[in-house]
Design a protein around this ligand. Structure first.
Ligand code: FE
Length: 213
């Protein structure tokens, strides 16, 4: 079975934002969201259950989804994807990068082309992730010209290129590098149940590489 077939499914990229009862807001990057019905306007999305934003959506039943465009910067992925809202306020120092909709939830204004706010109508525990089904309550287009970023576009154009191969004769060591965020796991063997501490992707998203010491 060639699991790389999964990479042929195209995905968008989104910043999912939510706010807890205590007013604390957070957001994370997700790559699975789609419209499921047009009457009512209903979408679904999945989010990793380990993410703080997951807890906020589950608790409040409300969220906003900002659609990342091909103008999205890597810094947006670092801010929302490579750190946990449990540890940091992801909106600190980001005053120029977001606005709040009528529901009080932030939507991202830089590198996005639309946002949709909604209320959860059903949710399903699907293992590592939770699938939320939601009615859209408000939405707007921010940029009519720039296409949405696909996951493939992110890999090819937004994510920085990895370091060059070691020079011939250089001393090297074997490490495992997360294809998603670049996190390095040191060691010859990557445990099959390993989860990236930065972006929460599993062992299948790691590649074995030789780096110079
Ligand atoms: Fe990672």
């Amino acid at each position: 079975m060639d699991t790389s077939a999964l990479f042929k499914i195209s995905y968008g990229l989104f910043v999912l934002t939510a706010k807890g009862k205590d007013g604390r807001k957070s957001g994370c990057i997700i790559n699975t969201a789609m419209q499921v019905t047009s009457n009512p306007v209903r979408i679904c999305f999945t989010v990793n259950k380990a993410n703080f934003t997951h807890d906020l959506v589950l608790e409040s039943g409300r969220f906003t989804l900002s659609v990342l465009s091909e103008k999205a910067s890597f810094a947006t992925f670092q801010r929302f994807g490579f750190q946990s809202g449990r540890d940091v306020d992801k909106f600190a120092g980001f005053e120029d990068g977001f606005q709040c909709g009528a529901n009080g939830l932030p939507y991202i204004t830089a590198g996005t082309n639309a946002w949709l706010s909604g209320e959860v109508v059903q949710h399903f525990d699907v293992g590592t992730h939770r699938l939320f089904v939601a009615d859209v309550t408000d939405m707007a287009v921010l940029d009519d010209k720039t296409p949405s970023a696909t996951y493939t576009y992110y890999q090819e154009h937004i994510k920085p290129k990895p370091q060059a191969a070691p020079k011939p004769g250089a001393k090297t060591k074997t490490v495992w590098r997360c294809r998603i965020c670049g996190y390095i796991y040191e060691g010859e063997t990557l445990p099959p149940d390993f989860v990236c501490p930065i972006c929460k992707h599993g062992a299948s998203d790691f590649e074995k590489v030789e780096v110079e010491i």
